[in-house]
Write a new protein. Structure first.
Length: 118
């Protein structure tokens, strides 16, 4: 069973930066694409970014393109999300998951809360 543990969230002012981490265990991490998703209060969970198993390809939601960068370290079984130029509308609980066919494959972890103040 895959376990996903997100960390790195916090409170930041608009225009600031945060780096999220997601440690995965229970599967051959380097064989799968990984994604970040987020869920804002009162809204459905949405796709944020994804990265191929090798790290050679990345994909972003239009709302974060140019501000967020997804990366991974297969030796550490960890995927990262560097978030710059944060906006209040980025406030959400952020989750990582195995990414397959445009969807999340595994059970969700606890997520990490990002709050951006104006």
């Amino acid at each position: 069973q895959v376990q996903l543990v997100e960390s790195g969230g916090g409170l930041v002012q608009a225009g600031g930066s945060l780096r999220l981490s997601c440690a995965a265990s229970g599967r051959t991490f380097s064989s799968y694409a990984m994604g970040w998703f987020r869920q804002a209060p009162g809204k459905e969970r949405e796709f944020v970014a994804a990265i191929s198993w090798s790290g050679g390809s990345t994909y972003y939601a239009d709302s974060v393109k140019g501000r967020f960068t997804i990366s991974r370290d297969n030796a550490k079984n960890t995927v990262y999300l560097q978030m710059n130029s944060l906006k209040p509308e980025d406030t959400a609980v952020y989750y990582c998951n195995t990414y397959q066919g445009g969807n999340a494959l595994d059970a969700w972890g606890q997520g990490t809360l990002v709050t951006v103040s104006s």
